[in-house]
Design a protein around this ligand. Sequence first.
Ligand code: KG4
Ligand code: ZN
Length: 377
Amino acid sequence: MTVGIGADYRDGQRNLKTASEAKSDMGISGLRVLGIETSCDETAAAIVVRDEDGAGHVVSNVVLSQLDEHAPYGGVVPEIAARAHVETLDGLIAQALEEAGCGFDDLDGIAATAGPGLIGGLLVGLMTGKAIAAATSKPFVAVNHLEGHALTARLTDGVGFPYLLLLVTGGHTQIVKVEDVGRYRRWGTTLDDAVGEAFDKVAKMLGLGWPGGPAVERLAEKGDPARFAFPRPMTGRAGCDFSFSGLKTAVRLEAQRIAPLSDTDVADLCASFQAAIVDCLAERTERALVRFEEESGGAAPVLVVAGGVAANRAVRARLDGLAALHGARLVAPPLKLCGDNAAMIAWAGCERLARGLTDTLDAPARARWGLEEIHAA
Ligand code: KG4
Ligand code: ZN
């Protein structure tokens, strides 16, 4: 297991304040929320403060990755994940509170991920959050994990509504117009694999271990992106939908054709695959940028990229260039807020709490829960 906390976490986190700074900044209507995240293979707890003026500050953020437990199986095993959440969550919450220099009494609300995700893990976080809310008589917020990713740019960069979101995770690939808290218009989604899933599957077939994204990116840097002409599915078509399953199959067939693979072959396969992914993401996103401009009378949008794949430097660089081309601004959260974390859940909790949007203690855990199914009130 690896733990990322405190000072290490604060590197590059420009709006991170100490607990006392955040406390003294807080006006009467400032909010301090505990966030809990257990939807997949990261157990996480965080304290986030929202100032009166709407600015957000991560006061503490503890993430315990279960990578080592799942790696031998080449993917997340739901039962192992749920058990690991049970064993570690209370300690992580205590750690997040201690780092923030506060106790349950100092909180204005408790936010926990209610979905989408693996149901066993969701239940662990949700029940824990509800129990704390019930014991302390504090408001409770059942947060949609995707809304957490979607609103992170407001925590890190204070981005105003509306903006365009490219959400790229292990389970989702979506282009969304974010109109307000709870108001999301999905313009595109994947018809088959998510982009992170494609990275993971290609890594697996090339024997690079799990999770695959970072390994593929590392090798791609040494490889030739032009050696294999892999397909760019969906490009040239109207709309903003994605498809990655055919690309993944093309990589597998090519790898089988040239086997046995040398180190150079593997690096070239990774580089050519990543180049195809980057082209697909850019082409689809460009269509969305154009649509956004048309709908808003020519105003250039802020383009936000979020989710684990947003950590990929080639993806970021291309999106940066694309945004510049359209006079738009690219906002990409710091790497440690791209992957799953509880600061984004605490922040979504702050945003909802500030609007008076709380949930009752019978809020269900939901394995499937699309962004468009969220209602603001
Ligand atoms: O958002 P996230 O942490 O969890 C989900 O909600 O799915 O995303 C995890 C996904 C994994 O598929 C992982 O391989 C991918 O993000 N990923 C990357 C990189 N880092 C993580 N993909 C490409 N390049 C990376 N550097
Ligand atoms: Zn996620």
